[in-house]
Design a protein around this ligand. Sequence first.
Ligand code: 9PG
Length: 804
Amino acid sequence: MGHTLENSHLHFALDAASGRWSLALHRAAAPLIENAEWGAAFRLQGRRVYRAADLRAARADSLTLDGPAGEGRSALRIEMALDPSGVLLRGEFALHDDYPALLARLTLVNNSPQAIQGARFVIGRAGPAALRPAANLRQFAVFRAPAEPPAPGALRLAEDPSELHCYVNGWQSWSFAGALGENDRQPGPLLGPVTIPMHAGAAFPWPNAEGHFRSDMFAVMRSAAGGVLTLGFLAQREQFGCVETWLDRLSPSVMMTADLDEVVLAPGRGIASDWAYIGLESSGSSEANAFEGYLDLVARENGARTTREPPFGWCSWYHYFTRITDDDLQENVSAAVRLTHALPVQLVQLDDGFEADVGDWLERNAKFPRNMHAVAEGIRAHGFIPGLWLAPLIAKPSAHTVRRNPGWWLRGRWGRAASAGLVWFKWGRGLDPTQAEALEHAVALIHTAAHEWGFPYLKLDFLYASALDVQRSDRTVTRAQGLRRALEAMRAAAGEETFLLGCGCPLGSGVGIFDAMRIGPDVDFRWYPTFRPISPWIRHDPTFPSARNSIRDTLSRAMLHRRWWWNDPDCLLARDSDTRLTLDERRTLATAIGLSGGALLVSDDLKALSDESLRMVQAFLPPNTRAARVMGWDEVVEPDTAILDCSGATGVWHVVARFNWSDSPAQADLDLHALSLPEHAEGFSFWDSRYIPAAQGKLPLGLIPAHGVSLVAVRRPCEAPAFVGSSLHFTQGGEVTDWRTSRDGLSLELNLGHDARGSLFVRLPTRPTNALLDGRSVAVTSLDGGLYRLDLVVGSAGRLEVRW
Ligand code: 9PG
């Protein structure tokens, strides 16, 4: 006899004979997972075994669960012996009522008389390719290769086979994220051991075959015919999880696993997986969006911090790098004071370059004669929030802290120092979070920085280094547990009030800890990865610092914004000197950051900003705080369209960006119907202040420069008087907080929060007789088609009165 669960969306069945589970929608024949095998791998007396669930000797209970599945949901709990010696596997399964999803959690219990080691949970695997476990050539654990029996079972995405895509998420902030297709190979860092340790989560090693992918924490599989499968772990507190997919459109396969990292389970001890989420959605159904549900449950499961808006700020890194001196810092503070009205900087964040050595945070180098308390005070005294960068979990081998405490650092096989990758030209060392003294040291540093030095904003970087793919000295702790506990301790030391930005952080580990999270590779003043003399080899490295890589993840991870934290798309580089970005590339970067709704930080030399660069930054103030909808984020690596739906005093409109990722200019149209935008529409192009009328349901954008962007406000054309466009704010309307019209006049209020110079574009019934901004006369230029340009010099706010 089998077991079933049922709710209004789904049917779940556990087959008594095979032990496998199936999941189907009531209202659609696909997507569907049939006979997925589940089980666990472990080491018994050193020998690795894998056992699939076998219900013949199982005990089953129906129960009421707490937790994410919970709030009193009915669930199944199955428990069985995996081995005569007393190793037990427990499976808990529940259906979510609000979202069309299965929740599953496995627990391995060692009731045998000897210690065992956990190797891997298999939450489910189905499809012909999942037969053949991935060649497990782990660089740092060669002996993990499992020998697992075949799992038949099947996965169906849509009723008719059609093109498949999979959204693949990289392990940490800087890792690749994007959707890949049947003929793509998974992009990974190209510098081998130099950067692999930075990205080697549970999905490592990355497959190298077309259409075969491994994704960290979650993945989304989609068929062009409409079926969508969302697979993900609700947390990465216990283990790092992996979703492996094979995009064979006739018979796709999937496998969902969590790494137990060979943790030792003493007799009587057990270990549970994080909850896994498997959501089904069919194109025709109006069911709740399973992917949205996943994001939501991850947030709830981890207590996501989404309410604190990051301050608009300045960051020292991308102009000064480690060369920053205390004088440079103070000069930028002075420049920020001078620019107060033009650029209302709130945060001044000192990045890397003050410390004596990476790892020796309590001592400063000769460039910083003042102590850190004085540095923070110096920033605060000018009215800014002092922010500081720290990398508490990594060190260079040269650091005194490493020399004095050789036992604090993670070690690989044969006790050799584990590499955290080549950082700043040295092989980095990762702090062992299970060494109590080492962790205390890191935690004390956070306390000192927040409460003694006085930095209420901390950027904590290189956090992956405590979760390297090696054993911790406490062998009962997984990589994910070690990191999560370290992050929780650091948050506690920082206090609730300190704003924490995570960087270089495994994403799942940071939810509920950080107020903001870097969600992409470092930006750079060059479009492609550049590092002489190896530039030709790294040009297509997906993780190496470059504007292009940063923009890609900014778009492909946009949906995490304000669900798991506040996204940090990395800094805006607006300068027109000391840069190799073209004006078009700078506009593209600014547009992506603006549309992300995330943190806005500039990282230029403030005292050298040209008027044009200053105006570029101003156009993004006040910052937009909502993420645009990125079209095709689950279908392509480089999404080319993002839409921010806006409403305000001037009505309802859409801010649409079309990116040109190619190396040559490209002609582009916006297909209004395909984008579900009003087909009767007019556009106004922000970067070149150009009116674009719709023609046959399309907005002809013209030629978009190489690496450039077209940023257009799309509105339903209104009879005059009507708002059409603006060069003051990139939303072209967000700056207007009041709009009134009468038969012979128009009155509107502008609210920018800074001094600005720019134009409004309005349609008027006739030429105005006068236009006044706060009583001062405004230049009016008549354009074609009843449009008028009003050239304004505005303060922080102002009222414009136009009469005709
Ligand atoms: C400071 C920077 C900035 C930046 C962070 C992070 O050598 N490396 O491999 C390496 C990788 C990333 C990196 C720096 C060096 O960037 O993302 O914003 O804070 O650290 O060093």
